[in-house]
Design a protein around this ligand. Sequence first.
Ligand code: GLP
Length: 242
Amino acid sequence: MLKIIRTADYAAMSRQAANIISAQVIQKPDCVLGLATGSSPIGTYQQLIDWYNKGDVDFSQVRTVNLDEYLALPRENDQSYYYFMHDNFFDHVNLPEGATNLPNGMAEDMAAECARYDALIESLGGVDLQLLGLGHDGHIGFNKPCGEFPKGPHVVDLAEETIEANKRFFASKDDVPRQAVTMGIGTIMAARKVVLVVSGADKAEIVKKAFFGPVTPQVPASILQMHPDVTVVADEAALSAL
Ligand code: GLP
């Protein structure tokens, strides 16, 4: 079932999403959280850090698995998702060393790395709550529009527009990674609960397509219409095309 929570703005969206995540952690202190990068969840992480500092939420037993990572970008690079997660969340709460996981985009054998990540998620007992953002073309994680929904972790070639959009973060366009490793749609759909945060008028059209249009791998997020427990937390601007 898909539920939409409408909020006034980005700050309220972030608070609502953080509320759902902290409720999950309170109900199941040793839960597995699936986490996302991008600008959409930053406010959610800030809110969780704030509540952690106030003593309202405790991450000491939580384990995390992230959706995706660039290929061939070392952890220390401030554009890596490893860096992003530490900078925006992990380093500010009491998640124990070793409790956080991301796919390793530096692995020599990426097929083996994808198999390792898949087995890791399985060994943790699957994802209790998966947090997602939404790309302008409907991508979730780095599952971009394609002919069929990919099942498990896999390597993708980044779309030219994604490379173009990201080049501002790098010294030159040549420095932008060409590939990424991402959880598959199957892994995301296997999460027991999904929370998708989306904000801004520039996402309004894709929100309409993804959640009110046909389910198609051409709009990867549309598959979430088939998930038993999805909450879309969206601000008014993101819902303005409905
Ligand atoms: C990237 C990430 C996605 C994210 C998307 C949207 O491609 N791999 O996980 O959801 O961008 O980013 P933003 O939230 O900044 O719009």
